[in-house]
Design a protein around this ligand. Structure first.
Ligand SMILES: Nc1ncnc2c1ncn2[C@@H]1O[C@H](COP(=O)(O)OP(=O)(O)OP(=O)(O)O)[C@@H](O)[C@H]1O
Ligand SMILES: [Mg+2]
Length: 371
């Protein structure tokens, strides 16, 4: 990958082992200037290690990192720039504010150690505090702040010296659900306003979808997919991504060939039942007889009490297992042969366990995956 114009952070074949374990495995990524990119994946997939390599807190075993075109690490060329020379801001999960200092002094600290002139310190600190909405609380002691306010202090501290990149490692995960949602919106607004290039780490998929320009899904140190939130959700590259982002019903089957721009798929149901035959999008290059996996979102399936007649959709029958109330909608679980299928329903129909129901989904709403 070449760092062309507009690329602020480039990771080139980055790897980092701990013992025999590969925490980061051959990761390449280019983050554009002003872009908000999120590393998303389960616990232990290498998100923090990737950030720490960028920050200079961890030395990779292979690869190169460039920031604004400058090579900050190159294993091949034995180049390694110290963290303080990389001009990076960082915000972590635990809001490490200094309790014995005021809000202003907490934020000004980074400029003072850099020996900035007093007038610059005053101007930049005031501006950073205004940006995070803490202008009124500048003289308050950090101990007298709420969790959300403390996290804003941490944010102001990361942006006050106008770094080229800000790295965020699960900065909102210590906040309660309501505040977390509010802070997501504020953080994105701030990020857009200041135009800071941001690399954000979370294992919360809804956070990643709401906040990011692009999402990088990782598993076991390996990038699974890079894309904008809509693409990641609607066109997951594999079953890992389909399962990790939202909920997916996955059913294994065999390719029967192409049919009118769609892939025809046969899914065995077991129990002596006839296999399902469906037409879905995806797997363009799949050959007849190839093993494929159908991925279906719960909200893309319609549930009917009577068998619908003459439809273009895929149709199959099943028996209700149960329904689960999830606040704004219900999820109904239906047994379809050996598969359990989750369906999102918003109406409060009386469904009893064991009852036969009919499920339909449009060919363009199902997706065929090869792995
Ligand atoms: N200093 C270390 N020594 C040994 N192993 C480590 C060290 N740091 C991380 N690891 C291992 O590397 C892998 C990746 O860890 P990392 O902290 O990057 O994961 P993560 O994606 O940030 O996870 P989480 O969501 O739990 O924070 C894990 O298996 C972890 O146990
Ligand atoms: Mg982590």
């Amino acid at each position: 990958m070449t760092a062309g114009n507009g690329v602020m952070v480039a990771l080139d074949h980055l790897s980092k082992h701990f013992g025999v374990e590969k925490a980061v495995d051959n990761v390449s990524l280019a983050v554009a200037k002003g872009e908000f990119v999120t590393l998303l994946g389960p616990s232990g997939c290498g998100k923090t290690t990737t950030l720490r390599c960028i920050a200079g807190l961890e030395q990779p075993d292979a690869g190169e990192i460039r920031i604004g075109g400058d090579v900050v690490v190159s294993v091949a060329r034995s180049r390694y720039l110290n963290p303080e020379d990389r001009n990076i801001g960082m915000v972590f999960q635990s809001y490490a504010v200094w309790p014995h200092m005021t809000v202003f002094d907490n934020v000004a600290y980074g400029l003072r150690v850099r020996r900035a002139p007093a007038a610059v310190i005053k101007e930049r600190t005031t501006r950073a505090l205004e940006l995070v909405g803490l202008g009124q609380l500048a003289e308050r002691y950090a101990t007298k702040l709420s969790g959300g306010q403390r996290q804003r202090v941490a944010l102001a501290r990361a942006i006050v010296y106008e770094p080229r990149v800000v790295l965020f490692d699960e900065p909102l995960s210590n906040l309660d659900a309501k505040l977390r949602e509010q802070m997501r919106v504020e953080l994105v607004r701030l990020q857009r306003e200041v135009g800071i290039t941001s690399i954000y780490v979370t294992h919360d998929q809804s956070e990643a979808l709401v906040m990011s320009d692009r999402v990088v899904v990782m598993n076991k140190g390996v990038i699974q997919q890079i894309g904008d939130p809509q693409t990641i959700y609607a066109h997951p590259a594999n079953t890992f991504v389909a399962n990790f982002i939202g909920v997916a019903n996955l059913m294994e089957g065999t390719c029967l060939g192409r049919d009118g721009g769609f892939c025809a798929l046969e899914i065995p149901l077991g129990d002596g039942r006839a296999p399902l035959r469906v037409r879905v999008s995806g797997a363009e290059g799949a050959a007849k007889g190839q093993r494929l996996i159908l991925s279906l979102r719960p909200e893309d399936i319609s549930l009917h009490l009577q068998q619908p007649d003459s439809i273009d959709s895929n149709l199959f029958a099943g028996e209700v297992i149960d329904t689960v109330y999830l606040g704004s909608f219900l999820e109904c679980r239906v047994q379809v042969g050996r598969h359990e299928v989750g369906i999102q329903i918003d109406h409060y129909e009386q469904l009893s366990p064991g009852q036969t129901v009919f499920l339909t989904f449009r060919p363009d709403h199902g997706l065929c995956l090869t792995e």
